[in-house]
Design a protein around this ligand. Structure first.
Ligand code: PBG
Length: 333
């Protein structure tokens, strides 16, 4: 009995009484199929190379990548997003290795496709920064600026070699204007209307990409502020969204995830195509570092970050924890 008579009238705590009750009324559910595993494959290595800023994540050999794909599928993860890391000597000003039919990413797509067929959605990063010696996402003009339209021509070629290698979904991530339209046209021109585009629609110029630079051996000096979005802007992402949809995006993505949940929620409200969010390298590194120091409970923190991203409106989440988190989710129920 309440000391204040019938006060309080409403008691939301009732529905929090037991784990079963909380589970029943949960508004957001995380499922292994919500998760997509980003994975790095490096040319010319005999053993996987650990990425120091991302404990638990490696640059795969072609062999260990195949194994990672099989494990992801077995855990119930729905897709894998592949990044290729060419040998150092193969990086050049225009990112030639990115359009070489036998370039590392194309080989990896073929490997994974041969291993898991259609049982995992095979996706590829469509961007030049892994392949350029200057580390930018495009080719440079004579003044050293990233040349939008010259870069689009390179993206068109990349889309075609990735499609030839057997990818299901390409992910143009360079934030060049017109990239989705050009990629769509390039795919259609070779009769690959079946290949989907996951557009990096709202991609912010973020400090949290730091560990990724190590993951792909990027030599970037300077920043990407002339092409990636300013963290101060949310409305601008709606403009990027409208353009990507007009140009033929099948799915759209927000990146990073955690610091941009408002943008994610806005975009999820505005569209009827599937919305993805990319929990990036620095988001991963922060949790791992704090957990290693014993400052947070690692598994709880991992699932909480993923739940928050789903709650904000993401249908799918790219996360380096995909396989592990899928395992945790299966163990829970
Ligand atoms: C571009 C690309 C980047 C990431 C994914 N695709 C790097 C960048 O734009 O600077 C970052 C992913 C991460 O940090 O986990 N190729």
């Amino acid at each position: 009995m309440s000391v204040y008579g019938s006060f309080p009238e409403a008691r939301p705590r009732r529905l929090r009484t037991t784990p079963a009750l909380r589970r029943m009324v949960a508004e957001t559910r995380l499922h292994p199929a919500d998760l997509i595993l980003p994975a790095f494959v490096r040319e010319g290595i005999g053993e996987p190379v650990p990425i120091s800023a991302m404990p638990g994540v490696v640059q795969h050999t072609r062999d260990t990548l195949r194994k990672a794909a099989v494990e992801a599928r077995a855990a119930g993860v729905s897709g894998i997003m592949l990044f290729g890391v060419p040998e150092d000597g193969k990086k050049d000003a225009v990112g030639t290795a990115g359009t070489d039919p036998d370039g590392i990413l194309q080989l990896a797509i073929r490997d994974v496709r041969a291993e898991v067929g259609d049982e995992l959605v095979i996706m590829s990063d469509l961007c030049l920064d892994e392949y350029t010696d200057h580390g930018h996402c495009g080719v440079l003009d004579t003044e050293g600026r990233v040349d939008n339209d010259a870069t689009l021509e390179r993206y068109a070629e990349m889309a075609q070699v990735q499609a030839d290698a057997g990818v299901h979904v390409v992910g143009p991530s360079g934030m060049m204007d017109g990239q989705v339209g050009v990629v769509r046209e390039a795919l259609d021109n070779i009769g690959r209307e079946d290949v989907s585009i996951l557009a990096y629609t709202a991609k912010y110029s973020s400090a949290f990409y730091g560990p990724f630079r190590e993951a792909v051996g990027s030599s970037l000096r300077g920043d990407r502020k002339t092409y990636q979005q300013d963290p101060a802007n949310a409305r601008e992402s709606l403009r990027e969204l409208a353009l990507d949809l007009e140009e033929g995006a099948d799915m759209v993505m927000v990146k990073p995830a955690g610091p941009y949940l408002d943008v994610l929620a806005k975009i999820a409200d505005a569209v009827d195509v599937p919305v993805a969010a990319y929990q990036i390298s620095g988001e991963y590194a922060m949790v791992e570092a704090a957990a290693e120091k014993g400052w947070i409970d690692r598994e709880k923190a991992v699932l909480e970050t993923l739940t928050g991203i789903r709650r904000a409106g993401a249908r799918m989440i790219l996360t380096y924890w995909a396989t592990e988190a899928a395992g945790l989710l299966r163990a829970q129920h």
